[in-house]
Design a binder for this molecule. Structure first.
Ligand SMILES: [Ca+2]
Length: 426
């Protein structure tokens, strides 16, 4: 089942709304800080009557009733005013494509690592029970918890947490291309409010409707939330065992492989052929080793298959990604997010920071400049996909092809200097 969900903190950027963002991360974007970015506030506006909105909410209430939501619950939609903060958040688009390391730096703080290690100790018996039932590594679960809600600490922050019904009603009756997605989530939220026993009132979440310690969207909650502490409620807002077990249940259902890691940082040989780091070709770790590519995690079974990526090109770290990495991406499709959860899980386990640093001095392109670059690559006969201003897999493949054709290191990575060389104004 494909579901979606999102997070609390990355609450500032819903540029993702404009993307076909699959999986859990329907609303999450690449940017976030260790502290939740504040949602822009707009002055409290009086809400003039809006017939289109009333019609939209009426249709959603009807759909909810058809799905078994009692009239008294569905009727609550009628009183919900739009949330100007949510509207503002959807408009807060990133001007520049942030470098991957900015997200990792912001989310992999020493404080978060230390706090996570304390959580591992505090919740050791619960985590052992969850591991035993679902086969998902406790370090990964705690890493999700840390990245999604700073171990639940943001759930008390009224500047971040808001009523789900209002957020989703705002999004569902917006003009945005993803309004149908939000409608589905809003109906699911009403179904949750109608369940027996009911969830805590009011139902709270991020501005994008992601709820609880590990930020489940309503549809994901309905499909995957579990009552792990045995009190009869699936309470991902107040029960850490319920929230972490729900995440484990989700990951297991997505295909998590017990006993396997997400992957590891890789050590590449001198003179490595970067055309091999194409993000898609799977080889066993033994086959990678035969090519000179060594996992920095010596504990891994060499028959496990992995792809090789160099997210910041030849001057940054390389990673061998095993199948469980894809399960992290099911939570949120952003590579920066998945690498953060993956690496935090390793740090919680006691592993060191990445051996190789990022090329932090590189200048990134604006989204506009990236569109220009995509247009230029297309003119030159490479196929970068749609000129959408996002450095997706097709664009990286086109850059790799350009680099190979010009005798450059074909690592698929573009900064302002390469863009200039290709003939796009950075
Ligand atoms: Ca419970």
């Amino acid at each position: 089942m494909r579901c979606r969900r999102r997070s609390l903190r990355p609450i500032a950027r819903i540029l993702v709304l404009a993307l076909a963002m699959p999986a859990l991360s329907a609303a999450r974007a690449e940017t976030a800080g260790s502290n939740p970015p504040s949602v822009p506030t707009a002055p409290a506006a009086s809400n003039p009557p809006d017939p289109g909105r009333a019609e939209c909410l009426g249709a959603i209430a009807r759909e909810a009733r058809e799905r078994g939501v009692p009239e008294a619950v569905a009727a609550r939609l009628a009183d919900v005013a739009p949330d100007p903060d949510v509207v503002a958040a959807t408009r807060n688009q990133a001007e520049f494509v942030k470098p991957i390391w900015s997200y990792l730096d912001a989310n992999l703080t020493e404080a978060r690592i230390e706090a996570g290690r304390a959580k591992l100790r505090d919740w050791a018996p619960t985590l052992a029970a969850i591991e035993a039932r679902y086969g998902v590594d406790r370090h990964v679960l705690v890493a999700f918890w840390g990245v999604e809600s700073t171990y639940g600490s943001v759930l008390d922050d009224p500047g971040i947490v808001r009523p789900v019904l209002r957020s989703l009603a705002t999004l569902a009756c917006s003009e945005g291309p993803r309004a149908p997605y939000w409608r589905g989530e809003l109906v699911a939220a009403l179904q949750i409010m109608a369940q027996d026993p009911p969830p805590p009132e009011p139902l709270t979440g991020s501005w994008a409707g992601a709820m609880g310690h590990t930020q489940f969207m309503p549809t994901v909650y309905r499909a995957y939330a579990v009552d792990f502490d045995g009190d009869g409620r699936r309470d991902i807002w107040n029960s850490v065992p319920d929230a972490l077990a729900s995440t484990a249940n989700y990951l297991r259902d997505m295909g998590w492989r017990p006993g396997e890691r997400w992957g590891s940082e890789a050590r590449l040989p001198e003179g490595f052929d970067y055309a091999l780091a194409d993000e898609t070709t799977e080889r066993s770790l033994a086959a990678w080793r035969a090519l000179g590519v060594e996992s920095r995690d010596a504990s891994t079974d060499e028959t496990v298959r992995a792809t090789l990526i160099v997210p910041a090109g030849a001057r940054g770290p390389a990673f061998l990604l095993q199948p469980n990495f894809r399960m992290i991406l099911r939570y949120n499709t952003a590579l920066s997010y998945a690498l953060t959860v993956a690496h935090l899980s390793d740090r919680l386990r006691g592993a060191p920071a990445f051996a190789r640093d990022w090329p932090r001095g590189d200048a990134m392109l604006s989204a506009e400049a990236l569109k220009g670059l995509q247009g230029r690559l297309a003119e030159l006969g490479f196929s970068p996909g749609a000129a959408d201003g996002k450095p997706g897999p097709r664009t990286r493949a086109a850059i790799r092809a350009y680099q190979a054709a010009r005798g450059l290191t074909p690592d698929g990575y573009v900064d302002a200097a390469l863009a200039e060389r290709i003939g796009a104004v950075p």
